[in-house]
Design a protein around this ligand. Structure first.
Ligand code: AMP
Length: 171
């Protein structure tokens, strides 16, 4: 399946100098989307008991993968979106900082999880999510994304945390 044919690039979005990889055509084609979810999920069958989706487009792929695998979905969210008791992690962006959150009653040391996002770019969010999920005691089996942009270095940073990385397509 040539997924690259169903991903379009848009220049200077959301700001000048960024080449944005848009997954809308892939999501909009039922057969291609179903194949993508199958290919993302199948190598994980029987190896994870929970999918962890990263805010926000990671929820789209993560929720579908959880259904395909017959397991639950846990959300890593931007700060202020989750009710109840949470653990938080701050991480540095190019300019400023960001905070991600996880509800404390979601994951624990018995869990084996896959982290899911749409695109691995600089890997800032991904590496912070690895750190946050590890604080729960859960084991991270893999980081899985639809798209990897290896020239931006994110997948190498994730691998440096001893988490295997797998993507449908690299640009
Ligand atoms: P990063 O922390 O740089 O790996 O990026 C975090 C998230 O921002 C990714 O998971 C994507 O959802 C989004 N993103 C970053 N760069 C791009 C890009 N060039 N095209 C599409 N989405 C992007």
């Amino acid at each position: 399946m040539n997924y690259a044919d169903h991903i379009r690039t848009i220049e200077d979005f959301p700001e000048p100098g960024i080449l944005f990889y848009d997954i809308a055509p892939l999501l909009g084609n039922g057969a291609i989307f179903a194949n993508a979810i199958h290919d993302m999920a199948e190598p994980l069958r029987g190896r994870v008991n929970q999918v962890v989706g990263l805010d926000a487009r990671g929820f789209v792929f993560g929720a579908a993968m959880a259904l395909e695998l017959g397991v639950g979905l846990t959300m890593v969210r931007k700060a202020g979106k989750l009710p109840g008791e949470t653990i938080q992690l701050d991480y540095a962006l190019e300019y400023g900082t960001n905070t991600i959150e996880l509800q404390t009653d979601t994951l624990g040391s018995k869990d084996k999880v896959v982290l899911v996002d749409d695109v691995i770019a600089t890997g800032g969010t991904a590496v912070a999510s690895v750190e946050l999920v590890r604080r729960t005691g859960a084991t991270i089996v893999e980081f899985c994304s639809a798209i990897d942009l290896p020239s931006l270095g994110g997948s190498e940073l994730i691998k440096a945390t001893d988490v295997p990385v797998r993507s449908l397509v690299s640009f």
